[in-house]
Design a binder for this molecule. Structure first.
Ligand code: AMP
Ligand code: ZN
Length: 488
């Protein structure tokens, strides 16, 4: 596979161009992705970003790279405003629910892991937490202060953006000019400690009622949100590493500040390739918990959200997200999901046919050229929708061989089987089992639902409820609609 390793191009948000991927250390890749702030359940939008980077991770592994994938858990320091104002999101939730902050963190970290596991995301190699790296964050602040790019006021430490901009360009990643940022910024209302409104907190002094706080050389306080990713990526991947990813909405200020912190502490830009995933939208607007415009994965799998016609399996949802390029927005609609479900089944039917195909003397198409298109698609900035289209060319061929209208040689068949299975299961991360399990259950469920229908027709509510509750206990939900009942 080595020659294909040398053909990978990645769109680098920093240069705005697709660039050939050359790792810092041959055969090794350091990958950092910003993880969730664990103060609420992850919604499908969050999951899209994590699935996009799971695809990146999986494809790098498929190419034979040894990847160290670090994805953090933000469990302190992310304030409500994304800037330096408002309450800490986790502390606020803890206050409202009268729980320990770490109970909130535990509950939503478990939810995050459960959901990503349902979507068949691979776990990262290291999953560090912000609270577990307070010492490293304090050390980084000390370095930034000693290099002259931060200042202390009343127990808080701020990054001096204007000073930094004298030596390094600030705003390069998000394409912002410092003059525009200054003229567009608000006055220092409530943040008078800052020399300039663009400055951001590295450390915040904690009031006596603040619940998440630690001792530091500047007094009792807590770290600023942007700092944790710089401290943890440096610790596990070094001062300078290959790829940093996150959702598009993190480009500014979060990633811009990460670049500034890295340059200010080590003198060099920390990351070679910046990658940003685009947003999942619902009703044309960014899916977001705070605006109420969101769907939870569990509602999706159970079909219990009013915006959905029915339930969808995790693999179908994953397949749906893979049918859009990670840099494009993707709008979530029932029609699009229904189409993905049909496509997913067609693909899986063909994959199941592969071991049953008969081989011939020769192949009626160039199978190696067909397989090469899978690599071409993914080497072009992880273009999963093109990969899926190319896999459907293979589906057509498989079905034609099965119908006796095309032929495949034994060696081509074994190569095609190996590559298709690798791309469908290992790279796209889809799973066959759910569909097979469901198809085995189909006739049984038809019978059970018919008996329930008869009970309902006879107004025998006890039996009909007994059947529904029994199914629920077995993890099967039934939704009654005007065209009958559907189950998952
Ligand atoms: P947060 O927990 O808010 O820091 O978000 C975790 C990740 O989800 C970040 O990388 C965000 O950019 C990403 N994200 C948030 N909303 C969406 C969305 N609607 N579509 C795709 N990614 C999102
Ligand atoms: Zn981050």
């Amino acid at each position: 596979m080595s020659e294909r390793k040398n053909e990978l191009f990645i769109y680098n948000s920093l240069s705005g161009q697709k660039e050939k991927f050359v790792p810092i250390h041959k055969n090794f890749v350091g990958l950092y992705v910003c993880g969730p702030t664990v103060y609420s359940n992850v919604h499908l939008g969050n999951c899209r970003t994590f699935m996009s980077f799971d695809l990146v991770y999986r494809y790098l592994l498929h190419l034979g790279y040894k990847v160290r994938y670090v994805r953090n858990i933000t469990d302190v320091g992310h304030l409500e405003s994304d800037g330096d104002t408002g309450e800490d999101k986790i502390a606020k939730r803890a206050r409202l629910e009268q729980l320990e902050p770490m109970e909130i963190v535990q509950e939503y970290t478990i939810d995050f892991h459960d959901v990503l596991n349902e979507f068949n995301n691979l776990p990262p190699s290291i999953e560090p937490t912000a609270t577990g790296h307070i010492i490293e964050q304090i050390e980084m602040i000390k370095e930034i202060i000693s290099n002259g790019y931060a200042y202390e006021v009343n127990g808080s430490v701020y990054f001096d953006v204007l000073k930094f901009n004298e030596k390094f360009p600030y705003g390069e990643l998000s394409g912002r000019k410092i003059e525009d940022l200054i003229s567009g910024s608000r006055d220092l209302d409530g943040q008078e400690e800052k020399r300039n409104s663009l400055d951001f907190a590295l450390w915040k002094n904690a009031s006596s009622e603040h619940i998440m706080k630690w001792p530091s050389p500047w007094g009792i306080g807590f770290p600023g949100w942007h700092l944790e990713c710089s401290a943890m990526s440096t610790k596990y991947l070094g001062d300078h590493f290959d790829i940093h990813g996150g959702g598009m909405d993190l480009k500014f200020p979060h990633h811009e500040c990460e670049i500034a912190q890295g340059c200010a502490s080590t003198g060099k830009s920390p990351v070679n390739y910046w990658m940003h995933g685009n947003m999942l939208t619902l009703n044309g607007r960014k899916m977001s918990k705070s605006t109420g415009n969101s769907i939870l994965p569990k509602e999706m799998f159970a079909g219990t959200n009013d915006q959905l016609e029915k339930a969808y399996s995790p693999s179908v949802v994953r397949f749906f997200t893979m049918q859009a390029h990670y840099r494009s927005t993707l709008d979530f609609t029932s029609e699009a999901l229904n189409a993905s479900e049909k496509g997913f089944e067609r693909l899986m039917d063909a994959v199941s046919l592969l071991p049953k195909l008969n081989s011939s003397e020769s192949s009626s198409i160039d199978v190696q050229a067909l397989i090469a298109t899978f690599y071409t698609a993914m080497n072009d900035d992880f273009n999963a929708p093109i990969l899926v289209a190319n896999l459907f060319d293979a589906v057509k061929f498989i079905n034609s061989v099965n119908d006796g209208k095309a032929t495949v040689s034994a060696s081509d068949l074994s190569l095609l089987t190996k590559e298709i299975q690798a791309f469908v299961f290992n790279v796209l991360g889809l799973k066959l089992s759910e569909k097979i399990e469901e198809s085995k259950l189909e006739p049984v469920m038809d019978l059970v639902l018919e008996l329930r229908q008869q009970a309902r027709a006879n107004k025998d509510w006890t039996t009909s409820d007994q059947i529904r509750d029994g199914l629920a206990n077995a993890g099967i939900t039934v939704k009654d609609g005007k065209d009958g009942s559907v189950w998952r």
